[in-house]
Ligand binder design. Sequence first.
Ligand code: SF4
Length: 304
Amino acid sequence: MTDFEMIKEIKRLKIEKNAIILAHNYQVSEVQDIADFVGDSFGLSKIAYESKATTIVFCGVHFMAESAKILSPEKKVLLPVKKAGCPMADMITGESIRNFKADNHGVPVVCYVNTSAEVKAESDICCTSSNAVNVVNSLDSDRILFVPDQNLGNYVARQVPEKEIILFRGFCIVHHRVEIEEVDEIRRKLPDVRILAHPECQPEVLEKSDFVGSTSQILKEAKKSSDMEFIIGTEIGMLHVLQKENPEKKFHILSLALVCENMKKTSLKDVYEAIKGDKYEMTLDESLRIRAKKSLERMLEIKE
Ligand code: SF4
């Protein structure tokens, strides 16, 4: 089957099965191009929740499809590639949070949305990279455990110096790879071009960047700025989104190491097979789902 035939068939199956296709900003370009919506993980889960579609094909990694299922239990949520996981999400378990809580009574736990349902269920509130500072600010306590990303947690701690942020030592294996030497080198090559970086990068990289924000904040910044060229410090798939939405502007990647192998596992063929054969359906224990949903709902009450 050619790509053209596959795309035609995917479009037909979408109508037949009342399905929508969601793709994360880090997916390969042909998957982004067949999707109904492209965005960040939580934005896509909200779209899934609000959609009238009964089947959601979530092109991303495991915790993303799981978050969509947490919010939309009545819908069929499909993750096209079963083994597309997130190494950072896998760095923490619900048990580590239970142990922390046993030793630190009353200290609230904020978990990044890049976590399993089990971790969400044990946490007090979730956050995204867009609202993490506001979520931490919304809590009464002066001590907070932030999991699992130490870099995002560190970034938040710097914005909220009046609180003690206890960091879990997890990290995104992709953003964490960016070396300070690479920042210096690209600065030398493109001295007048601003660097827009994701807070999952290491603190020294963020210090040398001109703007720090989530993927949606980077997209907004690139759109509204009068600059015509940018250096992007997040996963390389984001360049496709930025270029599509700003065809007159030029984007450079901060480091060639910014490639998430897990995000690149899903191909057009996987999307076709997923929608055709209902693969792979997310299932969740109902009591776990309800507990995980509470931390997401609490986050939704906070302004971005
Ligand atoms: S880019 Fe990082 S946080 Fe996102 S899925 Fe890949 S490893 Fe996980």
